[in-house]
Write a protein that binds this ligand. Structure first.
Ligand code: PLP
Length: 375
């Protein structure tokens, strides 16, 4: 059994993907070809943002957004303590200081009340200038932007949506990646919309920000490639990946997003209440980048993971350690608050095989073993 069955997806879309790849290869324009622009148009329209600027990966997408906002030394950027390393890494890479905020214990996303508290602590300390918040749509469910935004507005903070796992999710009528002042996503193969290599994108409604992003991703170009008006980076999406993504985006809209939600529904029906199932807020839609359950405690979680492995069922711990306890961040001043929910969830969480091509028989097998083990 696969944790996320990318081969099954390829086989389902093989004819269209092979054709698109063949066309890209014979087109001969391998970087930023016509497919890249076509993809940017389709992505912007799907997400509901005025502009989409693709780039080399989801980490660069976050970095580019921070560059546009001029975030650097002496600035504080608030980020959930429970996320993939890249969400916090880009802050340190920009020369700014990551400040780790606790999560809501039900949604696993940044807790708006904790954010308000931590921002006021940093303001009182006075050593750093609070500049921005990076909220993460963890496991596919958008963070609570309607509650995060007032905190940002009260303190003059920019709000960046890290939608690397959230693409396809929604809060009410609004789709993920359109919920912050800018939004980003990743096309790493295992993400909700993945390519066959690395890729990423930034979304914005601002013409000025989009122009800056297009410039920054291509060495800070001005009017042409050899007119460099600022220091940028080399972070572009290649034509092959765009060609593949154009096919996959259509499949994503046609049935894959609906299918993955059916799989989540099936899990929820079959799992007993011995485990805590994912909680999706009313009016929200998840793209289920992960289907993550909570076990009673760390011993039960680790025991179940080992038990499933013996049955040939892969399960993963996302994420075993709070960001503030990563060795890479040991240089930071110890934080004056505790992130209790993060600590607890790190010990109890387990992600199960998921994806639009997971079979119903596999879900039954997985749930049978979990229910038996946790009884
Ligand atoms: C995957 C991921 C990223 C980074 O994306 P890459 O394309 O791998 O660079 C950033 N944030 C989150 C939450 C992610 O899951």
């Amino acid at each position: 059994m696969e944790f996320r069955d990318l081969k099954a997806q390829y086989l389902a879309l093989k004819d269209e993907i092979d054709e698109a790849v063949g066309r890209a290869l014979s087109g001969g324009s391998f970087i930023l070809g016509a497919q890249v622009e076509a993809l940017e148009r389709e992505l912007a329209s799907y997400v509901g943002a005025a502009h989409c600027v693709t780039c080399a990966n989801g980490t660069d997408a976050l970095s580019l957004a921070l560059m546009v906002w001029g975030i650097g030394e002496g600035d504080a950027v608030f980020v959930p303590d429970f996320t993939f390393f890249a969400s916090a890494e880009v802050i340190a890479r920009a020369g700014a200081t990551p400040v780790f905020v606790d999560i809501d214990s039900k949604t696993f996303n940044m807790c708006p009340e904790a954010l308000a508290h931590v921002v006021s602590v940093v303001e009182k300390e006075g050593a750093l200038t609070p500049k921005a918040v990076i909220a993460v749509d963890l496991f596919g469910q958008p963070a609570e932007y309607d509650k995060l935004r007032p905190v940002c507005e009260a303190h003059g903070l920019k709000l960046l949506e890290d939608g690397a796992q959230g693409f396809g999710g929604a809060a009410g009528e609004k789709r993920a990646c359109s919920l912050g002042d800018m939004g980003t996503t990743s096309f790493f193969p295992a993400k909700p919309l993945g390519c066959y290599g690395d890729g990423g994108a930034v979304f914005t409604n601002s013409d000025e920000e989009a122009a800056l992003l297009f410039s920054l991703r291509s060495h800070g170009k001005g009017n042409d490639r050899y007119d460099n008006v600022r220091v940028g980076v080399n972070s572009r999406l290649d034509t092959l990946q765009a060609a593949i993504l154009l096919v996959k985006l259509r499949a994503f809209q046609k049935n894959e997003l609906a299918l993955v939600n059916e799989k989540a529904q099936r899990y929820a029906e079959l799992l007993t209440d011995a485990v805590k199932k994912p909680y999706i807020k009313g009016g929200y839609r998840s793209s289920f980048a992960q289907y993550s359950i909570l076990l009673k405690d760390e011993a039960q979680r680790d025991g179940l993971k080992g038990h499933l492995k013996k049955q040939g069922i892969p399960a993963q711990v996302y994420y075993p350690r709070p960001m503030h306890r990563q060795k890479a961040f040991a240089y930071l001043k110890p934080q004056a608050w505790e992130n209790k929910n993060t600590a607890e969830v790190c010990g109890r969480i387990l992600a199960l095989p998921m994806g639009p091509y997971l079979s119903d028989e596999d879900i039954e097998t997985i749930c049978g073993h979990i229910n038996g083990f946790c009884r």
